[in-house]
Design a protein around this ligand. Structure first.
Ligand code: DCM
Length: 128
């Protein structure tokens, strides 16, 4: 059985990383993540990331490189992360999130990340 991929973006701008605080579901609410979502059948991971960031944050992005690694989420899902730069728009929490924050490298651990996002964030910070 192959795990389904959840793709998330290490969205960066001027050396800062975008963190998003989840508002749902209740068991994840209040925790911070790299924004993203499930890759749909037949969809490429890059296309899924662009779609999710548009839906959730109202921004147009260009995915860069895949951040090396794959982080199990349980229940048959695995997290993959790609860097992404903002092409247009100012991110706003439109769905699933209630707060966004741009973090410098020094600030990366000032928010309460979902456990599985911690190693992904640490790895992502080495790639921009
Ligand atoms: N998820 C995660 N870390 C991320 C993005 C998503 O752990 N950076 C998890 C939360 C959900 C699942 O993946 O259980 C699907 O995400 P969504 O509900 O945003 O589609």
């Amino acid at each position: 059985m192959t795990d389904r991929v959840v793709v998330a973006g290490a969205v960066y701008d001027q050396g800062r990383l975008l963190a998003a605080r989840r508002s749902a579901p209740p068991e994840l609410a209040g925790r911070w993540e790299l924004p993203g979502g499930k890759v749909e059948p037949g969809e490429s991971p890059r296309d899924a990331l662009v779609r999710e960031l548009r839906e959730e944050l109202g921004i147009e992005t260009e995915p860069g490189e895949r951040v090396p690694g794959a982080w199990p989420l349980g229940r048959g899902y695995v997290l993959h992360v790609w860097t992404a730069r903002v092409l247009s728009g100012e991110p706003r929490p439109l769905q699933d999130h209630d707060e966004l924050r741009w973090l410098t490298h020094a600030e990366w651990d000032t928010v309460d990340w979902l456990e599985q996002d911690v190693p992904a964030v640490v790895e992502a910070l080495r790639h921009f």
